[in-house]
Design a binder for this molecule. Structure first.
Ligand SMILES: *[C@@H]1O[C@H](CO)[C@@H](O)[C@H](O)[C@H]1NC(C)=O
Length: 225
């Protein structure tokens, strides 16, 4: 499979007690990727629908994803939100159904540039969190202005939002959830900036876009080891 054929290929790194690497692939290649990738590496779909079955031509369900031997799904990616118009409520329903179906969920949240500049980052991120929270999953904070733009949040900016998100979960969900939840950072993560970002106390891993297709992905993995 040439990378030319792939729309976006997000690889996710989640570090907790052990390092986990998850490869996100377009749905049509999930079966191929799962069959060919080292079993140590998990695979994720990049979207799915909110119900198990029905008349929803073109959609895929968590059950179909599981049929391909795939254990994870990425939901609420900024491109789903902003190009395909998925709102917080729909994303919340998708997350709930995916979790019920037994998939691991990487739920993406993040503010746009104009929202950051207007000083409403927290408001936006908390609203996105609220419809999903209460569940056990991985949170991916991706400031929209840092996706595919070459702009990265500074490690301090990333840490600030991750810390607030954890505080939100502590107060609004539970202490246990806040402590064990994994909050990963996404948005122009590269081999050059990954170490500094990974050193931040509330950064538990990365959601990597373009850099996951290059050899520097190894450095990004190792930054979390
Ligand atoms: C708990 O949730 C409410 C509503 O989203 C929010 O205003 C508040 O700041 C949250 N608590 C923390 C500590 O973030």
């Amino acid at each position: 499979m040439s990378s030319r054929k792939v729309f976006t290929q997000s690889f996710i790194l989640v570090s907790l007690t052990s390092l986990e690497v998850v490869c996100g692939a377009p749905s049509i290649y999930l079966d191929y990727v799962r069959s060919n990738l080292d079993p140590k590496i998990s695979v994720a779909a990049q979207n799915c629908y909110k119900v198990a079955k029905g008349a929803f031509t073109g959609e895929i369900s968590p059950a179909m994803i599981k049929d391909s031997g795939v254990d994870w799904v990425i939901l609420g990616h900024s491109e789903r939100r902003h190009i395909f118009g998925e709102g917080d409520q729909l994303i919340g329903q998708k997350v709930a159904h995916a979790l019920e179906s037994g998939l691991g969920v990487i739920a993406c949240i993040g503010e746009k540039l104009e929202e950051r500049e207007a000083g409403i980052t927290e408001e936006v991120v908390f609203a996105q969190t609220k419809v999903i929270a209460g569940n056990w999953m991985v949170w991916a904070y991706e400031p929209v202005w840092a996706i595919g733009t070459g702009k990265t949040a500074t490690p301090e900016q990333a840490q600030e939002v991750h810390e607030k998100l954890r505080a939100w979960l502590r107060e609004n969900v539970s202490e246990g959830n806040a402590e064990s939840v994994r909050i990963i950072y996404g948005g122009s993560v590269t081999g050059a900036n990954c170490k500094e970002l990974a050193a931040k106390v509330d950064v538990d891993g990365f959601l990597v876009g373009g850099a996951s297709l290059k050899s520097e992905f190894v450095d990004i993995i190792n930054a979390n080891a």
